[in-house]
Design a protein around this ligand. Sequence first.
Ligand code: AMP
Ligand code: ZN
Length: 479
Amino acid sequence: MKTVKLFNTLTRKQENFRPIEAGKVGIYTCGPTVYSYAHIGNMRAYIFADILSRMFTKAGFKVNHIMNITDVGHLVSDGDDGADKMEVAKQREGINAWKVAEKYTKEFFKDCEELHIKKPTTVCKATDHIDQQINMIKRLEEKGFTYTTSDGVYFDTEKFPEYGEMARLDIEGLEQGKRVDLGEKHNKTDFALWKFSPKDEKRDMEWEAPWGEGRKGFPGWHIECSAMSYEYLGKHFDVHTGGIDHIPVHHTNEIAQSECCHDTSPVVNYWLHSNFLNMGDAGKMSKSKGDVFTVSVLEKQGIAPLSYRYLCLTAHYRSEIQFSDEAIHGADKALRRLASQVERLSTITPEENLSDTAKAYETDFIKFITTDLNTAAGLAVMWKMLAAGNISKAEKLSLLKSFDDILAFDIMNLPAYFAKRANNNISEDFKNKVEALITDRKTAREEKDYAKSDAIRDKLVSLGVVIEDSSEGTTWRLK
Ligand code: AMP
Ligand code: ZN
């Protein structure tokens, strides 16, 4: 087991990671809200969670990674007011809320696949865990942490003196505005656990609950993550991830609900937060600000999804990334350079017994990644290793494959990945190259030089080419 160090938002310090159970790690990631396409800013949060999970596996841990899907509409603002996002999407698209959620969940996982984000161990939907959420609210009610208004059940943050500690919220400062627009809420920071459906409206997503005198309702946003993390990881688990915007409200509320419900503190040992992808002066990429890129918009502009993954890895997850044409094209160029280096190494058999010099590169790479996921330094080690004159090509190949456990570019297939994208069809250059290799292989076989013909076949495989021999000759296609 390797030593892992992580920056913990709870303490604002880098700490040595100590698992609750030796050799295992439980991770909960706040997943997407599926009422529209995820933009590449959103996807940064999941690339980060993916690297985290891969890092733990590489460090020798058994990873149990849980991610939720927020498929029940929560309200537009963190302050529990505004129109319900799912209902807005439903009006926009003319399909019911269940279909909206299904459509965008599918789109989300398509993007994940394109970005080589590994599927978590368990993906759980809020709508499949309504009972668990209701049970949790009941327990909070029994313990006196809630009150009911005309539109829902609220968590009374005044009953939890530690409220806002992680976010270092200035509650008194916030409370000075108490009289301004509290409505029926007792405190500015109180939040909805359960909302009643409006009396004159039939919602697609609504459930019976013990509150509201027969009125159906739906859960507030925060309760789903407390309920599902408890369901899959229990009342005390190792790591929780999300974007930094979740610190002041969503995660603050999750902590309040979970700690009060389970009498456990802390519920989560390490809170990890990833920073934003920004659009120049406009600040964070956001659906409400326009100028939003999705993976497929990038693709239409000729940018491979993995080039975006590369861009994310060039920055530390806790630093902002400024998105620009220059930045994304720079990343695209770098990844293509990597692909051509791989192509040059592709006919070589990786070396299993690494020299001490080669091992030092591996040690450095792992040290950077296990020290709060320093992917930028990890990439620098990779480039230095590729340029090194004192290790063999076979060692370089072996190291690349090992680094790819984290980088996840499917490194041996990178040449084919870019060749395929050259012009959506296959470029003439690539076609000529493949045809020439097939002719050379045929000649080698006629001359019974099987070592050579095998080596050529391996080269074709590394280019992503599948060959089929028959009595009529050899045909080929891309994998
Ligand atoms: P949502 O689907 O809106 O709940 O967002 C999903 C994730 O994306 C959350 O973890 C957010 O913190 C994160 N996020 C939203 N906007 C950005 C952005 N511009 N850059 C990076 N992460 C973001
Ligand atoms: Zn959450």
